[in-house]
Design a protein around this ligand. Structure first.
Ligand code: ADP
Ligand code: MG
Length: 250
């Protein structure tokens, strides 16, 4: 089994005359949780589409390995299917009826939707629907989760809750994750590595590593420092965190 899931070598992508990605070189090892942060329209979804193989680069090379599932920003559930039927779509490879039953039960418990198995998406809250999507993506033997702003349509408190849920689910079913978001806090709370993109055409502005195990509190010093430093790199904060801490202490 390869230890590198994605290897990008000077990858670019244009749409007609619009250049979306500057030459991008990037390695994502198996098991890493990478967050890609950047302004709207900079090329984040384009990157995920390149990773999934949905589109090919204009130049450069991508090596991919492993089975992938994608979770989108907008509702991706089928409105005419129940919770159980939607999750089952992620388990189509299972032929054994009993194995299917037991997986469905486990996944429904994982997203804490017992009792809602026969509900339709319109009978669920936004957070519940997004949990079903994640369960469907976690179902089966995928190695990689590609998440395209999966929580951005949710209210703030639900978003905070969903980050915890995702961290918990990943502890039980570890995956390589690429999370695209415009939310720096979300990235710092969840990722092992945060990659910050510039405006289109996207290029890497900076990278930040975090070591605290998930779930991480929003107010954990490592998260606060990462958010602060990234904002500083983007020119949106004037001081570095260290100086601020020293100023408070002094
Ligand atoms: N299929 C496409 N055809 C033409 N232009 C596209 C296509 N997909 C994306 N773009 C353009 O590429 C740029 C980046 O888009 P996208 O990757 O969706 O940004 P983000 O996800 O960061 O908001 C945008 O300017 C968008 O208009
Ligand atoms: Mg997008």
């Amino acid at each position: 089994m390869s230890s590198t899931i994605f290897k990008l070598e000077k990858v670019t992508r244009s749409f007609a005359a619009v250049e979306v990605l500057n030459p991008l070189t990037l390695d994502i090892p198996r098991g890493e949780f990478v967050a890609v942060v950047g302004p709207s329209g900079c090329g984040k979804t384009t990157l995920l589409n390149l990773l999934s193989g949905f589109i090919e680069p204009s130049s450069g090379e991508i090596t991919r390995s492993g089975r992938m599932r994608m979770v989108y920003q907008q509702d991706g559930l089928f409105p005419w299917l129940t919770v159980t039927e939607n999750i089952s779509l992620g388990l189509r490879h299972l032929k054994d009826e009993r194995e299917l039953e037991s997986q469905l039960k486990e996944l429904t418990a994982l997203i804490k939707l017992e009792g809602f198995e026969n509900h339709y998406p319109h009978q669920l809250s936004g957070g519940m629907r997004q949990r079903v999507e994640i369960a469907r993506a976690l179902a089966g033997d995928t190695d990689v989760l590609l998440l395209d702003e999966p929580f951005s349509a949710l209210d703030y408190l639900t978003r905070l809750r969903m980050r915890r849920e995702l961290a918990r689910m990943l502890r039980e079913r570890p995956r390589t994750v690429v999370l695209v978001t415009h939310d720096i806090e979300e990235a710092a709370q969840l990722a092992d590595r945060v990659i910050v993109f510039s405006e289109r055409p996207a290029q890497v502005r900076c990278e930040w590593r975090l070591y605290e195990p998930r779930p991480r509190d929003l107010t954990h010093p490592e998260v606060v420092k990462a958010v602060h430093q990234i904002l500083f790199e983007l020119g949106l904060e004037k001081d570095s965190q260290l100086e601020t801490a020293e100023w408070i202490a002094g």
